[in-house]
Structure formats: structure tokens, C-alpha cells
Design a protein around this ligand. Structure first.
Ligand code: ATP
Ligand code: LTN
Length: 337
């Protein structure tokens, strides 16, 4: 049997951004060759930011469409929507009873997100968000979780919970997952504020490269990326965050190493680099964008893929949940189970 990979994204925007693609999706597609892969659109997680109902529906489908357009193959991988598999919410409850208050309170993403809206604007779901994420992962006996750098701490919590379950309920209760974070592309930065991560729900649309955006707008954003007042094209995250980010993106899509690019651009100007990065990005994203729009325009075909994915996911998830419910001592609903 192949090892299992699980990962997911929230439907929090009409379009994914280049960081989602380079930090995670590229790995999802690659890992299909060697792993038994399951990829989710985590709509229950997205409820923590109070989305408009119709917008949430549209974004859930658009997110799945972009997975498929980027190369996730529904013939080989399970692609599904989290709320279609009720075991996610059920396991999250069980895991919440294994999570310490202090432990949950240390999650930096919660602290950042709740600081932005203030205590009165935040909700308990945002606080328990990483527990639902651990449920997503542990339900599928996941070995490997490909994510960007910002998810490292959440992954640690998933591992701690898995180890705790195994200690309290017996070895082999759940699989302890490993994070799969590829250093070079683990954090793509905002084009306007290159010390902040690029984010799909960012307030600075000029700093984001959206996969479904008009190519002209993508090129414009890249050409107006913030750089420094120096003129030398070099990789240095501290003093040349903007240029380094462009080099990272360029290298990931073009195949040349950052060192090679630095050598190739010796003596050239920032403007020259930006034009070339814009070309590479647009060329790369155009077929993905077109394929995603095709999927979005045939929602019946897309929903059929998601229904099939949910049925397959549920078979696995329900077996895990039964095992856990039994180990913690819950009486089964049907006699003899
Ligand atoms: P939001 O703004 O709603 O938090 P996001 O753009 O940060 O959205 P997520 O849905 O949180 O995206 O992340 C989906 C996946 O993409 C995760 O694996 C995450 O680590 C990865 N990812 C997100 N942003 C980046 C980035 N800038 N660089 C690398 N990976 C990223
Ligand atoms: N929290 C993740 C999305 C997510 C996820 C998961 C990622 C929810 N459940 C399980 C990997 C595995 C994020 O990217 N914001």
C-alpha cells in the first residue's frame, strides 16, 4: 500500500493566489505519483470568517476547480468538500476534549487573526480551527501533509494530538502525520509588502498574484512590485526582500536555480527582471486559468467529481471514527458493531 497524503485549502477567495500554488498545490500534484492522495476544500473552516452564503458556495466550487486545473487528477486522487463528510466535525469534537486551553491559545495564527478583529469580533470557531484541521488529517491515517510554512505550527498540534491519542488509547490508534514543507517555495511574499506572506484574503490586491486574474493585471502587479533603492539583482531576504521574492517565483516556474538567475541577470536592471518574471508567470498560469474556468462553467461535471470524492472519503473517514469511538468507550448505535 502507498503512503497516504492529505491536504486542504479554505474557500476564502474567488481565486487562489500564487503562494497557494507554489507552496502547496505543486506538491499535491507531484505527490499523486507516489502517494494515495486526498485533497479537500475545507468549507467548514471558511465559516470562521462569516462568508456570504452564495459567495461561499461559489468559492467552494471555484477552489475545487482550481485544484483540478492545476493537475490534481480525480481518477487518481480523492477530491472532496469537507462538509460532505460529517465525520470531520465529529472527530473535531472528540479531539477538542484532548486539547488543552493553553495549547490552543498558543496558536499564532489565531492570535494574529483575532488581534486584527479584536476580542469582540472573534469567534470560538477561529479558536478551535486547528483542532478541526487535526481532525481532517487524522481521519485519513495520513502520513504526509504538504503545506506552506504558515501551517507548520498547526501541523505540530496535529502531531501532538495524534501522539496523545496513541498514549491514552493504545499504540496504533492513529497515524502520526509528518509535515511536507518545501523550503524554497514555503513562503511566497506579498508583492507590495515583501515581508508579509502573500494571502488570498489580503486587503492589498496589488500585492497578490491571483490565478484566475486577467493576465494583464497579473503582469501589471508584478511590474509594480516593491523593490529596494539599490540596483543590483541579488538574493538576500533581509535587505532585498522584494527582489528575492521575484527570484523565488521565477526560479520555481522557470526551473533555473536562484544562483543561475542571479548570474544571468548580472548588470541588468530591476525593470528587466520584472518584465521577464511577468512573462513567465502569465505563460505558466494561462492554461491553469483556462482549465479552471472550464470547470467553473460546468458545475454539474464538477459536482459529480465532488460527490464521487465525498463517497470515497467517507468510507475511509467513517472507519477511522468508528475505531476511535470504540476506543474511547462510546456504545455503538447498532448492536454487534
Ligand atoms: P487566507 O488569506 O484565507 O488565510 P491563504 O492564502 O493564506 O488564505 P490558505 O487557505 O490558508 O491560504 O492556505 C492554503 C495552502 O496554501 C496552505 O498549505 C498554505 O500553507 C499555503 N500558502 C498560503 N499562502 C502561502 C504563501 N504565501 N506561500 C506559500 N504557501 C502558502
Ligand atoms: N489551515 C489550512 C487549511 C487546512 C488544512 C487542513 C491543510 C484545513 N485542514 C488539513 C492541511 C491539512 C490553511 O491552509 N489555512
Amino acid at each position: 500500500m502507498k503512503p497516504r497524503v492529505f491536504s486542504a485549502m479554505q474557500p476564502t477567495s474567488d481565486s487562489l493566489q500564487l503562494g497557494n500554488y507554489l507552496g502547496a498545490l505543486v506538491q499535491w500534484v507531484k505527490l499523486q505519483d507516489t502517494h494515495d492522495a486526498i485533497y479537500g476544500v475545507v468549507d467548514l473552516h471558511a465559516l470562521t470568517v462569516a462568508p456570504e452564503p452564495q459567495q461561499l458556495r461559489d468559492r467552494t466550487r471555484a477552489t475545487a476547480a482550481q485544484f483540478l486545473a492545476a493537475g490534481v487528477d480525480p481518477e487518481r486522487s480523492i477530491v472532496f468538500v469537507q462538509s460532505h463528510v460529517p465525520e470531520h466535525a465529529e472527530l473535531a469534537w472528540l479531539l477538542s476534549t484532548y486539547t488543552g486551553m493553553g495549547e490552543a491559545g498558543r496558536m499564532t495564527q489565531f492570535k494574529d487573526k483575532s488581534a486584527k478583529v479584536g476580542e469582540s469580533g472573534t469567534n470560538v470557531g477561529l479558536f478551535t480551527y486547528p483542532i478541526l484541521m487535526a481532525a481532517d488529517i487524522l481521519l485519513y491515517d495520513t502520513d504526509l501533509v504538504p503545506v506552506g510554512e504558515d501551517q507548520r505550527q498547526h501541523l505540530e498540534l496535529s502531531r501532538d494530538l495524534a501522539e496523545r491519542l496513541n498514549t491514552r488509547l493504545g499504540e496504533g490508534t492513529v497515524v502520526v502525520p509528518d509535515a511536507h514543507i518545501v523550503e524554497a517555495t514555503a513562503k511566497i511574499y506579498d508583492l507590495q509588502e515583501p515581508t508579509k506572506k502573500m494571502s488570498k484574503s489580503s486587503v492589498s490586491p496589488k500585492g497578490t498574484i491571483e490565478i484566475l486574474e486577467d493576465p494583464k493585471k497579473i503582469a501589471k502587479n508584478i511590474k509594480s512590485a516593491a523593490t529596494d533603492s539599490d540596483t543590483v539583482i541579488a538574493f538576500d531576504r533581509e535587505s532585498k526582500a522584494g527582489v528575492s521574492n521575484l527570484l523565488t517565483i521565477y526560479s520555481a516556474l522557470d526551473g533555473r536555480s536562484v544562483e543561475q538567475l542571479v548570474a544571468d541577470y548580472e548588470g541588468k536592471m530591476y525593470g528587466h527582471l520584472k518584465v521577464d518574471v511577468a512573462d513567465v508567470v502569465v505563460e505558466y498560469l494561462t492554461p491553469i486559468r483556462e482549465a479552471a474556468l472550464d470547470w467553473i462553467e460546468s458545475p454539474d461535471r464538477l459536482d459529480a467529481v465532488l460527490a464521487d470524492g465525498a463517497a470515497k472519503a467517507r468510507t475511509i473517514a467513517s472507519a477511522t471514527l468508528d475505531r476511535l469511538y470504540d476506543r474511547v468507550g462510546l456504545v455503538p448505535p447498532t448492536p454487534g458493531r
